[in-house]
Design a protein around this ligand. Sequence first.
Ligand code: SF4
Length: 190
Amino acid sequence: MKQPAIQIPDGLNEVLLHACCAPCSSAIVEWLLQHDIQPTIFYFNPNIYPWDEYCIRKEESKRHASSLGIRWIDGDYDHADWQCRVVGLEDEPERGARCMQCFNYRLLETARQAETLGLEWFATTLASSRWKSIEQINEAGFYAEKQFSGVHFWAQNWRKGGLADRRNQLLKEYNFYNQQYCGCEYSMRK
Ligand code: SF4
């Protein structure tokens, strides 16, 4: 029998969803709600530069969650700290070693937040982007889950199941701000 494109782990009915931005979250959140899974959005993206761009993306994520009545948690923004974690990797291409560090940092904090909230499962909208390496995201997610007790990473390719097309529809319906680069200053200059 053919497996569904998106598989729900046994017992999962609530998830901490790390959101990189509102457009990438939209179809995933809709799918979760349609499948009786309650998402809490965790907005933790200290990679984003400059500050004004960060604020725009964050407010869009907040607007999205608010429109659906979903819990939304604001992670810290410390771009200087993020920069320290990618020192020496500034010239790496996207999908390279800098992005691996970036995913590690963001998913570690997501796993920490899941443990704090007492949520067993966490996932990330990063895995909806065709510009990113699913293998790197999964590696970061599984590394993060091992650092905390009682939390599990839901490794899922969120490009499947028609969600990529639905993302583009929702982008227009919500009239979301649509960023033109991944987030950091090094992706900006490409
Ligand atoms: S290109 Fe994107 S994923 Fe890679 S380091 Fe920059 S912000 Fe992070």
